[in-house]
Design a protein around this ligand. Structure first.
Ligand SMILES: [Fe+2]
Length: 204
């Protein structure tokens, strides 16, 4: 597969990268799903959280891995080995949304929009960067990464967004009759990081 082009937004210093490439489709009908027990408008997520380890999804896994490795090389500029640690399908029917959350135990997360007609991905901070300097009620003329504690990412079919999974994120409600179908994956660093001479060696 040829390299992709990334649109990188430094969301409060975090590398949020979007690219668009048509990958293999996952057959969503093969899996069982669950939502939040206390919220009927929450996204339905596959009970299987290793869907890309299924043999029929092998090529999709390889495609996502290749883009994540390109992100690591080009955007992060590091050489550490990354390994996919989990993968799932998230489905939002009309009126449903993925509520704000963050992923524990991840280095980066990747989401692939197999099908989407409505609903942006957003990131949230407790305070904007300006508010972190001085917590004032600023006279905001237009939203920027410096004055906003929320940043929205427009998404379209075949978009893949890569971001640090511990950033608080969510999606706006799906206002379309067409289901929004997202394949997600978490990655963590694998292997040896650091050096004995720096007393930083860590085997993961
Ligand atoms: Fe997420």
């Amino acid at each position: 597969m040829d390299n992709v082009n990334f649109d990188v937004v430094p969301v409060w210093g975090n590398a949020v990268a979007t690219t668009n490439r048509k990958f293999d489709k996952i057959d969503v009908s093969k899996y069982e799903y669950r939502g939040a027990h206390d919220d009927e408008t929450a996204a339905q997520t596959s009970k299987n959280v290793y869907v890309l380890d299924e043999p029929e999804n092998y090529y999709l896994k390889m495609q996502m891995n290749q883009v994540v490795e390109q992100y690591r090389d080009e955007v992060l500029g590091i050489g550490n080995k990354l390994e996919m640690t989990s993968s799932w399908i998230s489905i939002n029917k009309k009126g449903h949304s993925h509520k704000q959350h963050k992923h524990k135990g991840v280095f980066i997360s990747a989401v692939y929009y197999q099908q989407v007609e409505s609903g942006r991905l957003y990131f949230l901070e407790n305070k904007s960067m300006l508010e972190k300097v001085h917590f004032l009620d600023y006279d905001i003329k237009h939203w920027t990464l410096f004055n906003s504690p929320r940043w929205n990412i427009d998404v379209k079919p075949n978009d893949m967004v890569i971001f640090p999974g511990d950033l608080v994120h969510g999606t706006e409600p799906n206002e379309s009759d067409t289901d929004r179908i997202v394949v997600g994956a978490n990655y963590f660093i694998r292997g040896i990081t650091g050096k004995d001479e720096n007393v930083t060696r860590l085997v993961l």
